[in-house]
Design a protein. Structure first.
Length: 113
C-alpha cells in the first residue's frame, strides 16, 4: 500500500519512535498519547482492519505476545493496561493498517467513549 502511513513507517520512509521491532511486527509511541504510556503494535504486513486479520489467526496470537512483551518492557505488566483495536469509521479507525493501541500508566475508565 503505497499511501499507507504505517507501511511507510515500516519501510523507514516516515520516522517513528520505535520501541520494539522484529521480522513480523513493530511497536512505536503514539504521536497523540492518551495516557502516560501509549504505544501502537502493528504487523509489518499490510492488513487493513481486524476483519481481514481473521484469515491469519496465528499472526493475531503473535501480536498478542508482542503486546505482552512490550508492555512488560514499558513497566505496564504489574498494574495493568488497556489494549484497543479500532475497526472502521464508526469504531474510530483513522489509519487503515491493523494496529493495537496499548495504554497504561493511569487508571482506565469505563465506558471508554
Amino acid at each position: 500500500m503505497s499511501d499507507c502511513l504505517f507501511c511507510k513507517i515500516v519501510e523507514g520512509k516516515i520516522p517513528a519512535k520505535k520501541i520494539y521491532e522484529d521480522e513480523k511486527s513493530l511497536a512505536f509511541r503514539d504521536i497523540n498519547p492518551q495516557a502516560p504510556v501509549h504505544f501502537l503494535v502493528i504487523p509489518k504486513k499490510h492488513i487493513p482492519t481486524l476483519l481481514e486479520a481473521s484469515e491469519e489467526p496465528e499472526l493475531i496470537g503473535y501480536l498478542a505476545q508482542v503486546i505482552k512483551k512490550v508492555a512488560a518492557q514499558e513497566g505496564l505488566d504489574g498494574e495493568g493496561f488497556r489494549s484497543v483495536v479500532n475497526v472502521k469509521e464508526q469504531g474510530g479507525q483513522t489509519v487503515y493498517h491493523l494496529h493495537f493501541h496499548v495504554l497504561g500508566g493511569r487508571f482506565m475508565k469505563w465506558p471508554p467513549g
